[in-house]
Design a protein around this ligand. Structure first.
Ligand code: NAP
Length: 503
């Protein structure tokens, strides 16, 4: 639906009117030195609604020179921001949390418009994304060092923590708010200033959120925002400049690898939240009701477009038919449509390339012997929709067992023994998250020790929580976001030796 048209479920056009008013409030410039300004040469680009393919707005398109202006702004603001009292930084973050909750309707609608997820999931993201502001407002006042005596007693060791400096933050399109707050909140709490480059497919939520930070009193230059269609050259300009001291990236593993190489000459601190290929294990002793409910959440949240999405379902042979029948019945009842419409559970994929990828992965699996239990096809436009799909008997050599599906396709295969399940689950270069359903405590403990992932959902289908260290092993990344670990990514340690004061 064109946002300016009415629909059957919105006969008064209230959604259309709210949409037009909301888009009018989204800043359309680059945020540099606390001011929204045009890009070099007045260049702009279009942001579109994946549910319709129609344009929403045009916004400024940063050039590499604009990016360096933003970095200069972050660099100028850094010394003063680093000296702001932790309590004051904490209270600004807390005020941003409150303001975000007060304006949750706006943020939820904006995310659904630019990214496509159903409105109720966007409300969930406002809550989840907001929690990083609240959590790191609480962590800002708990940055601690230590004082100790050397073993020989002749010196004193003072260990202190210091903000790393101006940071460059790159976020993906799939969680437009939470991926930004998960980086900005700990950076600001630690005393760092930032340049944020949101994904060009979904930059609007970040800009509206940056305005919230200005509104609550975050000083000019502390947060800078450079939406751009030239992410490569813009990032290269910043990473090649000695003023930047930290890169935090969330996105795909191939891009992350290139950025790590780009960050190497400056020996930058890096945090990398990269791709996943999550296994979902259902053992013979699992609570099947819980496993089915968890599977639906772990797979279809965000229309399957989450790094934590369960990618490969390994179900014990004794349960596989019942598990498959039950998930198929539930998935066949899902409603596909624009995320703004009531009752919709499956919104559009982000773009037509994502639809083509799901189509190819399903066709490949079927050609190798998988069977389609429900779905399996792209939905005719407008918009970029793919049916919620269940595949059974998926063979090990299907491409979707190796690659992130990033779409609403639930792929089931079986195992016989625990050793086989562990071998299959770990047979990937990724190591972000795993899901395990079992009622056997000893088996659950063995899974904690044997599964090579940075996170594990034990009888739950979602692991994300602001109070927990989110991050992966192997090629899924470096560093952690959230939890007490999250702020350490933006701090550097200094050790000072002093003489024995009694000598
Ligand atoms: P992506 O293509 O890697 O893009 C991520 C970000 O990097 C975007 O802002 C993108 O901007 C930018 N980018 C792309 N090419 C770049 C380059 N050459 N140099 C610098 N920046 C560049 O990933 P995506 O498609 O947006 O997101 C999906 C991926 O993110 C999946 O692999 C998913 O698993 C991963 N992800 C991981 C986590 C986690 O916490 N581990 C969370 C969410 C998503 P443009 O798009 O504007 O070019």
């Amino acid at each position: 639906m064109n946002p300016t048209q009415t629909s059957a479920t919105d006969p008064q056009g209230s959604l259309a009117a709210r949409t037009v008013a909301l888009l009018g409030r989204v800043p359309d410039g680059l945020l540099i030195d606390g001011v929204w300004r045009p890009a070099e040469g007045d260049r702009t680009f279009t942001v579109s609604d994946p549910a319709t393919g129609l344009p929403l707005v045009r916004i400024a398109d940063a050039s590499p020179r604009d990016a360096l202006d933003a970095l200069a702004s972050a660099d100028r603001a850094f010394p003063a921001w680093a000296r702001v009292a932790p309590r004051e930084r904490a209270e600004l973050l807390r005020a941003a949390f409150e303001e975000l909750q007060r304006r949750r309707d706006e943020f939820a609608l904006l995310m659904t418009l630019e990214m496509g997820k159903p409105l109720q999931e966007s409300f969930g993201e406002v809550a989840y994304g907001g929690e990083f502001l609240r959590w790191f407002s609480e962590e800002a006042v708990r940055i601690q060092g230590r004082y100790g005596i050397t073993p020989e007693g002749t010196g004193r060791v003072v260990v202190s923590q210091h903000p790393v400096g101006p940071c460059y933050l790159i976020t993906p399109w799939n969680f437009p708010l939470a991926m930004a707050t998960r980086k900005i909140a700990p950076a600001l709490a630690a005393g760092c200033t930032v340049v944020v480059k949101p994904a060009s497919l979904t930059p609007l939520t970040t800009s509206l959120f940056a305005q919230v930070l200005l509104d609550v009193g975050v000083p000019a230059g502390v947060v800078n925002v450079v939406p751009s269609t030239k992410s490569g050259p813009v990032s290269a300009a910043i990473l090649d400049d000695p003023r930047v001291r930290k890169l935090s990236f969330t996105g795909s593993t191939p891009v992350g690898r290139d950025l790590l190489a780009r960050a190497a000459p400056g020996v930058l601190r890096t945090s990398m939240e990269l791709g996943g290929n999550a296994p979902f294990l259902v053992f013979a002793d699992a609570d099947l009701d819980a496993a089915v409910a968890g599977a639906l959440t772990a797979k279809f949240r965000n229309i399957g477009q989450a790094c934590t999405a369960a990618n490969r379902f390994f179900v014990h042979a004794s349960l596989v038919e019942e598990f498959t029948a039950r998930v198929t019945e539930a998935v066949a009842a899902f409603e596909t449509g624009a995320g703004t419409q009531p009752g919709v559970t499956i919104g559009p994929l982000i773009d037509s390339r994502a639809v083509a990828k799901s189509e190819e992965l399903v066709a490949d699996a079927v050609a190798r012997g998988a069977t389609v239990r429900t779905g399996g096809h792209a939905v005719e436009g407008p918009g970029s929709f793919f049916e919620a799909t269940v595949l059974a008997d998926v063979p090990a050599d299907a491409a979707l067992m190796r690659e992130e599906i990033f779409g609403p396709v639930l792929a089931i295969t079986t195992f016989e023994s625990e050793d086989e399940a562990v071998r299959l689950a770990n047979d990937t270069e990724y190591g972000l998250v795993s899901y395990v359903y079992t009622r056997d405590l000893a088996r659950a403990q063995r899974m904690i020790e044997r599964l090579a992932t940075g996170m594990m959902g034990l009888n739950v289908g979602v692991v994300s929580n602001a109070a927990a260290p989110f991050g992966g092993w192997k090629e899924s990344g470096l560093g952690r976001e959230g939890g007490p670990e999250g702020i350490r990514e933006y701090l550097q340690t200094k050790y000072t030796l002093t003489p024995d004061p009694f000598a």
